[in-house]
Design a protein around this ligand. Structure first.
Ligand SMILES: *Cc1c(COP(=O)(O)O)cnc(C)c1O
Length: 376
C-alpha cells in the first residue's frame, strides 16, 4: 500500500475542456475565465466573483482593495497556512495573532476581542479544515468595531452555515483551487463579494493595472472593424500579474461539475474515519467534524504520541502531515507573536490523515486498521 495524503481527482472531463481551449487557441485570460467566474458566483451565492491565479493572490488583493493606511493591524489566527498572514505583510500592515478555540480550532473569539485595539482595521477569518467559524457571532462584533472581514475559504467550497454560504458572510471571500484543495485548477483562486464596490479595482489589480476584457475587445474588433482605438487602455492603479487563465478555468469548469460528488465522497470517508477511531484510546478527532453538514478539505486526529504514530504509519505506506505549525512559531512571524500558547502546545498532537475523493474504502480501512494496531 502507498496511500497519498492529498490527491487531485482529474480525468477525461478536464482533458476534454482543455482540448476545447486548445481548439479555440485562446488560453490566456478569456471566455472560460468569465464563464467560471459566473458559475462560481452562482455556486456560492455571491454578487460577483473574479478569477485569480491563487488564493494567496486573492488574500493579498482582498486587503489591498480597502487601501488601509500602512502600519494598521489585522487580526489573524496563528493556526493557518502562511498565505493568510503574508497577505497582511504584503500590504504593509501588522498581523495580530489570535489563539485557537480548543474545540473547533477556529479563531478563539474571546482571545480575538482581548487582542483587539483601535489600530485594528480587519479580521482574516479561516474556516480551518472546513469547519465554520461562528460567523453569526463574529460579524455583529466586527461591524460594531468597524472592522472589515475577509474569509479565507481555502478549506471549504462555501458550505452553508446558518443559511448563508461561507465566504459570503464577511466583506470578501477567498477560495483556493491549488491541487490539494477540494477542487483544483492546478493553481488558481477566486475572490467573491456581495458588495461589488469592494471588488471594483480587482480586475485592474489582477492584470498589471489594466481593467479590460481582451476577449471581448478581440471579438468586437473582429465583428465591427471601425474602432481604431480598440488597443487603448488606461492604467490607474499599481497592479500585479494575478489573473486566472483559460486553461486553468477550463479545468475548473469540469471540476465544479464534479464537486458535489467529490464532496459527498469526502463526507463518506470522514464518517468512516470517525466511526473507525471512536474506540481507539489515545486518539481523538482533530475537531468536531460534521461531514453531513459541512465540507472538509482535511481530516486529522490528535495524539499524544504524534511522532511515533507518524513514523509507524509511514512504515505501513500511509502518508501523514501536520497542519500547521502555528505561524507564531515561525521565524518570519516571531516578531509579531504574542501569546498563542494553547495552539503552540496543542499543535504538537496534530496528525493529518489521507483524505481525497479517490480514496477507496479499502484504503480507509487500512489506515484505521493500523491506527488500531499502533495502540494495541
Ligand atoms: C492553500 C491555502 C491558501 C493558499 O492557497 P493558494 O491557492 O495555494 O495560494 C491560503 N490559506 C489557506 C488556509 C490554505 O490552506
Amino acid at each position: 500500500m502507498n496511500i497519498r495524503l492529498f490527491k487531485p481527482s482529474v480525468g477525461k472531463e478536464e482533458l476534454k475542456n482543455i482540448a476545447d481551449a486548445f481548439e479555440r487557441s485562446w488560453i490566456g485570460l478569456g471566455p472560460n475565465v468569465n464563464e467560471f467566474e459566473k458559475q462560481w458566483a452562482e455556486f456560492v451565492n455571491a454578487e460577483i466573483a473574479i478569477g485569480l491565479n491563487s488564493a494567496t493572490a486573492a488574500l493579498h488583493l482582498a486587503l489591498r482593495s480597502f487601501d488601509f493606511p500602512k502600519g494598521k493591524k489585522v487580526l489573524v489566527p496563528s493556526l493557518t497556512f502562511a498565505a493568510t498572514a503574508t497577505a497582511i505583510l504584503y500590504n504593509q500592515l501588522i498581523p495580530v495573532f489570535v489563539d485557537s478555540d480548543p474545540t473547533t480550532l477556529g479563531m478563539d473569539l474571546d482571545d480575538m476581542k482581548r487582542k483587539y485595539d483601535e489600530d485594528c482595521v480587519a479580521i482574516m477569518v479561516v474556516h480551518y479544515a472546513g469547519h465554520p467559524v461562528a460567523m453569526d457571532q463574529l460579524m455583529p462584533w466586527a461591524s460594531e468595531k468597524g472592522l472589515k472581514v475577509i474569509e479565507d475559504c481555502a478549506h471549504t467550497t462555501g458550505s452553508d452555515y446558518k443559511g448563508k454560504s461561507l465566504g459570503t458572510w464577511g466583506d470578501i471571500g477567498c477560495y483556493s483551487f491549488e491541487e490539494k484543495k477540494l477542487m483544483t485548477t492546478g493553481d488558481g483562486g477566486m475572490i467573491v463579494s456581495n458588495t461589488p464596490e469592494h471588488l471594483q479595482d480587482i480586475k485592474a489589480y489582477r492584470w498589471v493595472g489594466i481593467d479590460k476584457d481582451n476577449w471581448k475587445t478581440a471579438q468586437s474588433y473582429v465583428h465591427a472593424n471601425k474602432d481604431a482605438m480598440h488597443w487603448f487602455y488606461e492604467i490607474n492603479v499599481l497592479g500585479y500579474k494575478y489573473n486566472m487563465n483559460d486553461l486553468a478555468a477550463s479545468i475548473g469548469l469540469a471540476q465544479l461539475k464534479k464537486l458535489p460528488k467529490m464532496n459527498a465522497r469526502r463526507a463518506e470517508i470522514i464518517r468512516m474515519y470517525l466511526d473507525g477511531i471512536e474506540d481507539i484510546e489515545g486518539i481523538k478527532p482533530l475537531l468536531p467534524f460534521e461531514p453531513e453538514k459541512y465540507v472538509y478539505q482535511m481530516f486529522g486526529i490528535r495524539s499524544d504520541k504524534r511522532d511515533d504514530l507518524m513514523i509507524y504509519l509511514k512504515s505501513k505506506g500511509i502518508a501523514t502531515g501536520c497542519h500547521y505549525t502555528p505561524l507564531t512559531a515561525q521565524p518570519l512571524f516571531k516578531p509579531y507573536a504574542k501569546d498563542c500558547d494553547y495552539i503552540e502546545n496543542e499543535a504538537n498532537k496534530f496528525i493529518t490523515l489521507p483524505l481525497h475523493a479517490d480514496l477507496t474504502n479499502e484504503e480507509v480501512n487500512y489506515v484505521i486498521k493500523y491506527l488500531k494496531e499502533f495502540n494495541a
